[in-house]
Each structure stands twice: as structure tokens, then as C-alpha cells.
Design a protein around this ligand. Sequence first.
Ligand code: LLP
Length: 421
Amino acid sequence: MDHFLYKNGALHAEDVPVAEIAAAVGTPFYVYSTATLLRHFKLFDDALEGMDHLVCYAMKAASNQAILKTLGDAGAGMDVVSGGEYMRAKAAGVPGDRIVFSGVGKTADEIRLALTGGIRQFNVESEPEMQVLNAVALELGVVAPITIRVNPDVDAKTHAKIATGKSENKFGIPISRAHEVYAMAGAMKGLDVIGIDVHIGSQLTDLAPFEAAYNKVAELTEELRAQGHNIKRLDLGGGLGIPYERSNEAPPLPSDYGALVKRTLGHLGCEIEIEPGRLIAGNAGLMVSEVIYVKEGEDREFLIIDGAMNDLIRPAMYDAHHDIVPVVEPAAGIEMAKYDVVGPVCESGDTFAKHREMAPMKSGDLVAFRSAGAYGAVMASEYNSRPLIPEVLVNGDQFAVIRARPTFDEMINRDTIPEWL
Ligand code: LLP
């Protein structure tokens, strides 16, 4: 559920007409709903009620500080994967003891940053990383709390580019080697081994792969405890999918997921951490764009809009579907048209949808891409020298620009010309 609804024939973000935001900030832009962000966070928080837990928002999904502060103030922790994300979370006011550091390639500098600034735990992904982390901790005279990410060799049954839990993926250590690696970690003086981490992929629409992975984690917890490791925290990653197409069957709910966590891991008495990104931010954001031209092709009509693949890359990169809806509600019973919805970038891949059935559109009309809150703005680039599009946050009847559109000068003045030119 989200808070982008038609009221009196006009699409609203909570209580603000989307067209009003467009008039104020220009198109294209992203708009997020505070109520939706908070609702989704609470769904997870409630789903784990009764267990000691922390919901660590995977901020890679949407990392504007206003979003982080909204969630952080509600009690969320953050899952970060780079020094930049760590600094952003801190800048948004999230305390270090609510930040977990994931990622396969943490550098010594990033590790130092987090150890100095405060960190809840590192999710270690390899032996060489463990050695560097140990060395940096010893150098700083501190002990780094860690979980070790295990790769359970489970097929997440999602798009290949976002599956992470199979043995051929670069993530985690093979679960078959866990005993050996935990023994090594246990012997390192700069590390405090407190738990196990697992994350098998993103946009999972079936709970079975989670169940298979969590059963393996339960088994491993008991084995490691028997070997003397004090396993007290389980980080279960993110990955629960969202309904991108309204017409499709809805994926499992956070409450179903929470029940699964309790069923598979509840008996262990561990503190549970989860790292949802998409489910919190995905349906909390729209990308809004204006139709530039409606162009007649040989056998089709193109809807050429001012948003492009550099602004929202998911369709080009993952063949992802986003519902595209007109900002003015179409009259009931109106005859539908079919469009290829494309952006102005000079690549055929700059196609958002083919043969998409929509109400008839004309130049100047506004359209909204639904489910664009996660992996939208954060994956944008300035390809074709198109300035990064602004982000707007709505809260009830108010809205604020939370990242302004750079001017052309701001964009081009980031380049510096060497003095020999
Ligand atoms: N934890 C870890 C360690 C992750 O790698 C990820 C996502 C998450 C949590 C959050 O997963 P979520 O709950 O959002 O599914 N750009 C792609 C998605 C990449 C996901 C990467 N890792 C897309 O647009 O579909």
C-alpha cells in the first residue's frame, strides 16, 4: 500500500497534487511519501515483535538524508556498503551503534572510518577482509564486532543480476567452509565474533528460498555454539520483493516474512537484524515526467518523455516493469492507446515500456512511474549531460525539495581543464 492516490481526478502524493510539485520544481523529478516510508518500516518492525530485533534499512535503495532521517528518527538502523553511505547515515543523525557495514570490498580506509566513528558490526565477507579488519582494529586499539556472511548456496529465484546466495556469486564465504573461517576469526584479537549474516538476493517474491537459507543458518548457529562461539546476533539481510505490477499477485507480506523468521530461528534466542531496502522505499516513491512528443512510428506510437534511462535505469538494466500512470486520472471507459514509452537518450535501450496500454497522451501531459522509490535516484547518472533530477519529500500537505536540480553551470563546472589546455 502507498499514499499515491487519485483525488478529484488528480494524482496526489499524500495530500499534495503531483501537478503542483511539477509546477514548482519542473520535470522530471522523484517524489517520496513520508507516510509510506514509515508505514513500511513499521510493518517490518511489527513483524518481528516479540523478538529482540533491529530493522536496518538498506540505504543503497534510496539514500537521501531526509529519507534516512525520517527512518532513523523512527528508530531504524542502517545497512551501509561504503564509506560514503556510512558518512551519509551519520550526517542524517543515525548513531554508529545502529549502523551495520556490509559489502564485499570494504577498504582499510572505510574500515578505519567506521571503527573511529562507531559501528554496530561489520558483516565480513571474506578471509582477506577479516585480516585487514583485524589489523586496523589492533592498530586503533579497539575490538571490531563482526558477523560473517555465509553464502548458503540457495537459489533466490530472482533476476540473475540481483541474486547473491548461489555459490557462483561473489558474496559471503561458502557455508561449507564456515567452521574453518569462524575458528580463524575467533583466534583474532581485534575481532569479536558475535553472529552470522546472510543475504540471498533482492526482489524475492516467494518465501521458500528464505526458508531454506534460514534453516541452514539455524543449523550453523547450533554447530558454532557447540564449538564455543558466542553466536548471539543473526543478520538476515533484505530481499523481500514488492508488487511492481498492480495486476500481478501480491508477494508475501512483511508479517508472513516475520512469521517465517520466528518459525525458523525463534528458538535460538538470538537478536535478529534485517536489512530491507526495496520494500521500505520502492513503493514510497514516484518518478514524474512530462511528455515531450507523441511520435508516429511505422507500426507504433512513441511517447517521448523528458525522463530517461539515466534518471531511472531499472528497465534498461533489469528489464524491470514500472507501472506508468497519467497524473490526470483518465475518464472512466476511455479508449486506451498503446505506446512505446521512451526517453531522449541516444540509445535504443532508453525504453521504459513497449506496447504499454495507457490513456491517450499528448505533449505537456504528466506521467508518473510507480514503484520508483528504490534503486531509482541512487542509480541515476548524468549521461548525455542531463543533470541529476531533483528529489522531493512529501509529508501530509507539505512538500520540500530534498535535493535540488543542479544548474547546467553547476554540472559542467565540476570538470577542471588542465592548465596546458
Ligand atoms: N542487504 C544486502 C547485503 C544487500 O546487498 C541488499 C541489496 C539489501 C540488503 C537490500 O535488498 P532489498 O531489500 O532492497 O531487496 N539495483 C537492483 C537491486 C540491487 C540490490 C542489491 N543489494 C534493482 O534495482 O533491482
